[in-house]
Design a protein around this ligand. Structure first.
Ligand SMILES: *[C@@H]1O[C@H](CO)[C@@H](O)[C@H](O)[C@H]1NC(C)=O
Ligand SMILES: *[C@@H]1O[C@H](CO)[C@@H](O)[C@H](O)[C@H]1NC(C)=O
Ligand SMILES: *[C@@H]1O[C@H](CO)[C@@H](O)[C@H](O)[C@H]1NC(C)=O
Ligand SMILES: *[C@@H]1O[C@H](CO)[C@@H](O)[C@H](O)[C@H]1NC(C)=O
Ligand SMILES: *[C@@H]1O[C@H](CO)[C@@H](O)[C@H](O)[C@H]1NC(C)=O
Ligand SMILES: *[C@@H]1O[C@H](CO)[C@@H](O)[C@H](O)[C@H]1NC(C)=O
Ligand SMILES: *[C@@H]1O[C@H](CO)[C@@H](O)[C@H](O)[C@H]1NC(C)=O
Ligand SMILES: *[C@@H]1O[C@H](CO)[C@@H](O)[C@H](O)[C@H]1NC(C)=O
Ligand SMILES: CC(=O)N[C@H]1CO[C@H](CO)[C@@H](O)[C@@H]1O
Length: 446
């Protein structure tokens, strides 16, 4: 036993000799109390969906993971990435087998539904169709999600990115998705159909919109996709994404209809001639946005200039135009600047380094032994290479984190247990790819 402890001690000290021999004055212990955060949610994933529960106020979220469906729930939007989560479905049907895309979790008439796209076991994109899961439990983390099968109109054509909404005046349910007119790719059109219940279409499909403006048809195939509905006053807002999702030009557009209009009549839906969110501030290809009832937009961007389908998840607040009931998304926030946290979130202690540092350490005083969250503002310094960091707490190995390459600073949340008194939290690069850290935010995990 003693031998193994010695061996372990030898191993730990040799790994860290580089760090521990450094000038201890680099230990940072100055912090400021802030109520801001860097508006970044996750290093991985795409097609985020976030729903704020109107009664318990928790955020419920999901995103494309590819081969299963996971849901998250969190008291705070900013900490969703390390919140409680659960795999709620693993494919076991040959028609809904692979390439599981853009799941959404909806609460409809007191039951939970997940809508998602999937293709057959051969992985052929042409076989993507929409499917539904149902959970009757009022808590989606309890109970089972049952497979309710495919959701389609009589044409049974290619379909992805389906979303559902209940009309605020008539209580009719509608399904909107991105589909092909025929059986070959070339153009993704937004269609609507009426539902008789959350997993049954009882109308024909009607085209709402197709790519037509220059910013929608600058790459082939032409794309309108990622529809999401948010209703404000008398306006049904259909926020969608256009242009190639694999390009820097991916962006978000808006289509509106009045609540008194016949939603199955295509002329009721008017597309705005300009995008409502596009590349900016060194970030590219914003799309597939989800808008919450407390006015936060959650969306993905390319991880770096030209990264294609390598994407990150971000958030920022939006406003309402009270004259016409449409959302104002503004411009993409500068990723270098922190923004005010959503109301009610924990304030943080921000340890800001004088300049970005490869292997910083922080002396953190806590009054109560317990669990805390560290949000690390970090980046890889080598193009297209990911950097691995080892975190030690009081010289003990704690955890490694992998920071995916991106053009700008990103954030990673780490959950740590700290003791009453001073805690030395040190970050050191593992391997040949260099990274650097600009700041850390520290706050209790509750
Ligand atoms: C430690 O760092 C400080 C500030 O960077 C510097 O002034 C000092 O000379 C360093 N001491 C040693 C022993 O390297
Ligand atoms: C798929 O899995 C669910 C439970 O996750 C089960 O109820 C169902 O019978 C399975 N279906 C098939 C075809 O195996
Ligand atoms: C798989 O899903 C299809 C489409 O909903 C359905 O017709 C079929 O019965 C399902 N197969 C199994 C084994 O559950
Ligand atoms: C629109 O609805 C919001 C609440 O959703 C309300 O505060 C606002 O006064 C309404 N505006 C108009 C012009 O009716
Ligand atoms: C972010 O900061 C970096 C390093 O200071 C700078 O190169 C970059 O231009 C900044 N990005 C934006 C969008 O201001
Ligand atoms: C993005 O990359 C393209 C192609 O490499 C380059 O022409 C362009 O200047 C880059 N844009 C920015 C803002 O760095
Ligand atoms: C709000 O909507 C009105 C009516 O469509 C429009 O004239 C005005 O420019 C909009 N304001 C903003 C800030 O977008
Ligand atoms: C610890 O408690 C003292 C006394 O209440 C307070 O002044 C100090 O800010 C606290 N420190 C931290 C890190 O919260
Ligand atoms: C810190 C950093 O790497 N910033 C980059 C953010 O992205 C823009 C656009 O790609 C780059 O020009 C910056 O250097």
């Amino acid at each position: 036993m003693f031998f193994f402890q010695l061996l372990l001690l030898y191993f730990v000290t040799s790994v860290h000799s580089q760090y521990w021999s450094r000038n201890i004055s680099e230990l940072s212990s100055r912090y400021s109390v802030v109520n801001t955060f860097y508006p970044f949610l996750s290093q991985t994933g795409a097609d985020p969906w976030v729903f704020k529960h109107p009664i318990n106020n928790l955020y419920y979220a999901t995103k494309s993971t590819g081969n299963n469906i996971i849901i998250w729930r969190s008291r705070y939007l900013s900490t969703l990435d390390i919140a409680e989560n659960k795999v709620i479905w693993i494919p076991n049907n040959t028609t809904a087998c692979r390439e599981i895309w853009a799941p959404e979790l909806h609460l409809i008439q007191k039951k939970w539904y997940v809508y998602f796209a999937a293709t057959t076991c051969d992985g052929d994109n042409a076989h993507h169709r929409m499917f539904v899961l149902e959970n009757e439990n009022e808590d989606p983390f309890a109970g089972e999600f049952e497979f309710r099968g495919q959701l389609t109109d009589a044409t049974n054509k290619w379909a992805i990115d389906g979303t559902v909404f209940e009309h605020p005046l008539t209580n009719n349910l509608y399904f909107i998705w991105s589909g092909w007119e025929g059986d070959v790719d070339g153009m993704q059109i937004l269609f609507i159909a009426h539902l008789s219940n959350p997993y049954t279409v009882d109308s024909r499909r009607v085209e709402i919109a197709r790519p037509m403006y220059a910013w929608e048809i600058n790459h082939t195939p032409y794309v309108n996709e990622g529809p999401e509905v948010i209703i404000h006053n008398r306006t049904i807002n259909l926020v969608f994404s256009a242009s190639g999702s694999w390009t820097n030009d991916y962006c978000m557009g808006l289509i509106t209809a009045h609540t008194d209009a016949d939603l199955m009549n295509p002329t009721s839906w008017i597309k705005r001639s300009n995008p409502i969110l596009k590349s900016g501030n060194g970030l590219f290809g914003p799309g597939h946005g989800s808008l919450t009832s407390n006015n936060w937009l959650i969306f993905h961007t390319a991880a770096y200039n030209g990264s294609g389908w390598t994407r990150q998840i971000r958030t920022q607040p939006f406003q309402w135009n009270e004259t016409d009931g449409t959302p104002i998304l503004g411009t993409i926030q500068n990723p270098n600047l922190s923004i005010t946290l959503p109301p009610g979130e924990m304030q943080r202690h921000r340890y800001q380094l004088d300049s970005p540092t490869s292997n910083p350490s922080f002396s953190i005083e806590v009054n109560n032994t317990g669990w805390y969250i560290i949000s690390v503002q970090v980046r890889s310094k080598t193009f297209m290479k990911d950097v691995r960091y080892l975190i030690t707490i009081n010289r003990k190995d704690y955890q490694t984190i992998d920071v995916l390459y991106s053009d700008n600073w990103s954030s990673i949340l780490v959950s740590v247990e700290c003791q009453h008194g001073l805690n030395t939290v040190a970050f050191s690069v593992v391997g040949a790819v260099m990274g650097e850290i600009n700041s850390i935010d520290f706050f209790p995990q509750i």
